[in-house]
Ligand binder design. Sequence first.
Ligand code: SF4
Length: 476
Amino acid sequence: MSERVGEAAHAPAFPVAAKRSMANAQLRRNVRHATDVIRNKRGKVVGELPDWEALRESAHQIKEHTLRHLDFYLEQFEQACVRAGGKVHWARDADEANRIIVEIIQAHKQAEVIKVKTMTSDETRLNPALEAAGITPYETDLADLIVQLGEDKPSHIVVPALHRNKAEIRKIFREKMNLHDLGDRPEDLTDAARHYLREKFLRVKVGVSGANFAIAETGSVCVVESEGNGRMCVSLPQVLISLVGIEKVIPTFNDLEVFLQLLPRSATGERMNPYNSLWTGVTPGDGPQEFHVVLLDNGRTKVLADTQSRETLNCIRCGACLNACPVYRQTGGHAYGSVYGGPIGAILTPQLQGMEHSQSLPYASSLCGACYEVCPVKINIPEILIHLRGKIVERGDAPLSEKLAMKTAAFALSSSSRLSGAQKLVRIGQKPFEHGGALRGLPGMLGQWTAVRDLPPVPAESFREWWAKRHQGRGK
Ligand code: SF4
């Protein structure tokens, strides 16, 4: 079995990677600016809906119901898709999904594919598998194209090139598209991308897409986007392959109504997506004449088995939790070492590919709860982070500093005389570090805490001491 999330299993631990990202001032400026813009737009359009909380609750209920009956809805999707002329493949893991897709392309003797909206294919590392088989993939989503041409990695689940600014994008296009007189207006850059991609849309015969939703009752697949490139990618090729995580299934067409209100507002601050593409099987003489769906597990059934964290699979990949997260806003997405960054990445990546490969991620959070507040499907990310941290402790893999702190606390708190002794010691030791009512600049590992937060000093008198004095006074 080969369950993986991109290259996350070999990525450096979060604290190491975060330090590197935070040293890049340009990257931090780009991330801060882009997340501020999206957050403000989201705030405005969410505020327009008086029933926003009811919509969130509906989405939560639909997803919870679907997960409880996932086997039923997946089979219903398969039957409806096959009835409409599609072919359904089941992939247990990343390698199996990649093999199925390569074999379909080879069966048509093609050496190129156009791709759109396939974060799941980044998860399986489809592009290297295609290249190893002599097949050239072309990303057609503008942000994915920037990442591909820049030989870069996505840093955001909705805006993969969010860490790049206009000047950097122009440099990439100039070099990789051979456009030495390229202007620097946004329309110059989109014009360049349009010319580059149009030729591929019209020539390449196989398309690979992801999916935002797969509708069980009709066997339809849905992709939402802003550029129209996705629409071309799923309608112009002769053969279309959609790689779909099994958690993307929703029961009915009517359920889409809820998600199509929540997703664009949460993802890009738009009232609706400019392009909502839906396709069902094959229609003779219209669109791709061969349609394959590859349903991917890749660790998802393991997540489903854990009742305390299975709601992770409710995620509709809107990215709102990333834009709201104070940690992500400082580090950007690359520090998470995964296709999935930010709070959702911190809970999804370790669960999909195993805690041993990414056990620093559940600690990449201040547990402030901002992610939960904005999540359109009400995933309680802070609670899942704590659950995963608990699993790490059970495995005996908690960070050394945490183990030492807990051992010391357990020793001191298990006896009142030890606690009182410890308080006296700390009162003496803290004096040089007391400034303005808080402890600052503590030495050693404690310094990591006071570098970013105020620590209140131990009071001059404990409650017990105060109580004992008061009691003595009354007795006299
Ligand atoms: S966890 Fe919620 S907020 Fe974050 S990407 Fe998923 S749906 Fe959006």
